[in-house]
Design a protein around this ligand. Structure first.
Ligand SMILES: [Zn+2]
Ligand SMILES: [Zn+2]
Length: 158
């Protein structure tokens, strides 16, 4: 006699709702609160459960499973998004001075703006020899005067 046995994951939906999915980056996305348990099967029929129950939150849009704590996650605020945008602009080659002006315009004092930029750049900054503008390391060209950053000797072509 041959026994055909195995195991199977049986999940049931405990609850549904809407949440902020960090993977989709969207608010008000549907989720399923899933409760799952591994079952021992005989002839493909679940006979008894193996191990404990595990619970997770599953996004109905991207199907990603998350820990239950994902429901406590707050979506980024307007200001979070603005700061992220500021950082991206520094990376794309905007001068520190330009982004600082934008931060001041957003309602910060000059000191706060400088503090934010310090946090973003952490001293990884270079100064344009020609006009004195400052850029994040990795940016090769001064946008204000088209001045090129002084490159190490081995990169200079004669
Ligand atoms: Zn999602
Ligand atoms: Zn310059």
């Amino acid at each position: 006699m041959i026994f055909i046995w195995g195991s199977r994951n049986l999940a049931s939906t405990k609850d549904t709702g809407r949440f902020y999915c960090p993977k989709c980056g969207k608010v008000d996305v549907g989720y399923r609160h899933q409760s799952a348990r591994q079952w021992f099967t005989m002839y493909f029929i679940p006979v008894f459960p193996i191990g404990g129950r595990t619970e997770h939150i599953e996004c109905t849009r991207c199907q990603t499973p998350f820990e239950l704590t994902v429901l406590d996650l707050q979506p980024p605020t307007e200001d979070d998004l603005f700061l992220r945008d500021c950082f991206e602009r520094l990376q794309r080659g905007r001068s520190l001075e330009t982004v600082e002006a934008d931060l001041v315009e957003s309602g910060r004092t000059t000191e706060q703006a400088v503090g934010v930029i310090d946090d973003m750049t952490r001293g990884k900054v270079w100064e344009c020899e020609r006009c004195g503008a400052h850029y994040l390391k990795g940016v090769r060209k001064c946008r204000d005067c088209e001045g090129l950053r002084e490159l190490p000797a081995r990169n200079v072509q004669l």
